[in-house]
Write a protein that binds this ligand. Structure first.
Ligand code: LLP
Length: 443
C-alpha cells in the first residue's frame, strides 16, 4: 500500500490530514508522500540488485525538483528528455554520470548543455580509453548520432551513447503511450541498429556502445519484457560478431502502477522474468539501466480539489470541481481511471477498494467535471460517490505520475500548487501561480 489512508473518516497522507493542506494551501493542489516515493524506488532497486541495475527515474512523469531530490538522495539516477529536464536534474543535485538523456528531437543547444554538464562535472576524472563518465545519450536515429558526434568534436569532448532500438514489441496501456511497435516514431529497426553499431560502435569520439529500448507505458504484463530482452540480446550478440562490445543495456521504463489498489508495482515480478536472462552478462560487466516513472510516482501523489457546485439536470448529476483537464489531463486524453473520493467521510464510507463502483451503501452516480469550457473536461464519468456538497474536498488518487507534469494554464487557470508530505510535516514545493505569473511573459 501507499501512504494515503483514512483515520476516523479523515484522509491522511502519512501523518498529515489532507483537509489541513487544503485549508492552508488552497486547491487544486498535488500532494506527494515522500515515504511512498522512497518505498517504490527501493522496491525496484532491491528487485534488480542482483543485476546491479541503475534505476533512472523518468523525470517527465513528475518533474518537481523536490521530488527529484528525494529520489536522487536515495540513489536514483535520472532519465531526462530535454534541456529543461537537464536543468532540473542539475538543481536536484544529480551526478551526470547517473543520467540518461533520451528524446527523439534533441536540439543542438540541448546537446551542448548535456555535454558541457558532463565535461564540467567530470573535469579531472580519468576516463581511460573511453569515457566512463558523463551523461549517456540515448540516440534515436543516425542523423542524431551524426549531430551529437559533430558537436562533441567541436567542443573537444568525448561522450557516451546508447542506440534506441525499436524491438517491434507492442505493449502498454493506450495507443498514445505504446512505443515499441514498428509504426512508432521511436528508435531504429533491429537491422538498422546492427549497421549503426557496426559502424559507430568503436568510434573513438562518440562510442555507440549501448542499446536502449522502451516499449511503452502502463505495461502490467511481464511477457513483453521477456520478448524485448530476447530481441535485444540478439542485437548485442550480432554486434559482438561484428567486432563491437556493447557494455550498456537500458531497458527503459513502462512498469505499470495499480490505479485500483494503490499497491506498489510488483517490481519483483518483472525482475523474476528479466534477471535470469541477464544475470550472466551482468556478472561479466554488462551495465543494466531501468527508467521507471509511473511505478514510482503514480501512487505517491494525489490531487486535492474542491467541489464548486453540484448540478442536477434530468437524470444526470454533475459534480463541478476546481480541478479539471487543465490540472489532470489523463482521464480526458487517455480515458484513464483515477479513483476519486471525498477526503472526509462517515466511517461507513471509508473505501476498501479504489474502484469505479465500490460496494458501499448510499452511493450516487455522477460525472466529476472541471471548470474548463469543453465537454471533454472531466475527471470521471458515471462514477459512484457518497453524496457530496458544495465546498467538500475530493481526492483524485494515483495522480503523482503525468499529473502536475502535464498540467496546463488552459482557460487561464494558474498552475496548481504542489506539496510534499514527509512524516508529520508538509512543505509547499511549488507555490500556486498568481495572475501575475500567468501573464509574466506577455507584453
Ligand atoms: N523511458 C522513456 C524513453 C519514456 O519515453 C518513458 C515514458 C519512460 C521511460 C517512463 O515510462 P513509465 O515508467 O512512466 O511508464 N503521459 C502518459 C505516459 C507517457 C509515457 C511517455 N514515456 C500517461 O499519462 O499515461
Amino acid at each position: 500500500m501507499d501512504h494515503f489512508h483514512y483515520r476516523d473518516g479523515e484522509l491522511f497522507a502519512e501523518d498529515v490530514p489532507l483537509a489541513r493542506v487544503a485549508v492552508e494551501v488552497g486547491t487544486p493542489t498535488y500532494v506527494y508522500s515522500a515515504a511512498t516515493l522512497r518505498m517504490h524506488l527501493h522496491k525496484i532497486q532491491k528487485a534488480f540488485a542482483p543485476l546491479r541495475a541503475r534505476v533512472c527515474f523518468a523525470v517527465k512523469c513528475c518533474s518537481n525538483i523536490a521530488v527529484l531530490r528525494t529520489l536522487v538522495r536515495e540513489g536514483a539516477g535520472l532519465d531526462v528528455v530535454s534541456g529543461g529536464e537537464i536543468h532540473r536534474a542539475r538543481l536536484a543535485g544529480a551526478d551526470p554520470s547517473s543520467v540518461v538523456f533520451a528524446g527523439v528531437g534533441k536540439t543542438d543547444a540541448e546537446i551542448r548543455e548535456a555535454l558541457a554538464w558532463s565535461r564540467d562535472a567530470t573535469a579531472g576524472v580519468a576516463d581511460g580509453p573511453e569515457p566512463a563518465h558523463g551523461v549517456i545519450f540515448n540516440i534515436e536515429s543516425e542523423p542524431e548520432y551524426m549531430a551529437i558526434a559533430a558537436i562533441a568534436r567541436a567542443m573537444g569532448v568525448r561522450a557516451r551513447a546508447a542506440l534506441r532500438v525499436n524491438p517491434g514489441v507492442k505493449a502498454g496501456g493506450h495507443d498514445y503511450i505504446s512505443t515499441g511497435a514498428a509504426e512508432n516514431k521511436f528508435g531504429v529497426s533491429p537491422a538498422h541498429a546492427r549497421a549503426m553499431l557496426a559502424r559507430f560502435g568503436n568510434d573513438p569520439h562518440l562510442r555507440l556502445s549501448g542499446v536502449h529500448v522502451h516499449i511503452g507505458s502502463s505495461i502490467l504484463d511481464t511477457a513483453p519484457y521477456v520478448e524485448t530482452v530476447r530481441r535485444t540480446l540478439e542485437i548485442i550478440d550480432q554486434a559482438k560478431n561484428d567486432g563491437v562490445v556493447i557494455d550498456t543495456l537500458d531497458l527503459g521504463g513502462g512498469f505499470g502502477a495499480d490505479y485500483q489498489t494503490g499497491d506498489a508495482p510488483a517490481a519483483a515480478e518483472y525482475a523474476r522474468v528479466i534477471t535470469p536472462l541477464l544475470q550472466e552478462r551482468a556478472d561479466k560487466g554488462l551495465r543494466i539501466i531501468l527508467e521507471p516513472g509511473r511505478a514510482i510516482a503514480a501512487n505517491a501523489g494525489v490531487l486535492l480539489t474542491r467541489v464548486l457546485f453540484v448540478k442536477v439536470e434530468g437524470a444526470k448529476k454533475f459534480v463541478v470541481c476546481d480541478a479539471g483537464m487543465h490540472t489532470l489531463i489523463r482521464p480526458s486524453l487517455y480515458d484513464a481511471f483515477h479513483f476519486i473520493w471525498p477526503a472526509s467521510v462517515s466511517p461507513q464510507h471509508e473505501p476498501v477498494r479504489r474502484a469505479e463502483r465500490p460496494d458501499l451503501p448510499g452511493l450516487e452516480v455522477c460525472d466529476v467535471v472541471g471548470p474548463v469550457c469543453e465537454s471533454g473536461d472531466f475527471l470521471a464519468k458515471e462514477r459512484a460517490l457518497p453524496a457530496v456538497a458544495r465546498g467538500d474536498l475530493l481526492t483524485v488518487y494515483s495522480a503523482g505520475a503525468y499529473g502536475a507534469a502535464m498540467s496546463s494554464r488552459y482557460n487561464s487557470h494558474p498552475l496548481p500548487a504542489e506539496v510534499m508530505v514527509d512524516g508529520a510535516n508538509f512543505e509547499v514545493i511549488r507555490r500556486r501561480e498568481t495572475y501575475d505569473d500567468l501573464v509574466a511573459m506577455e507584453r
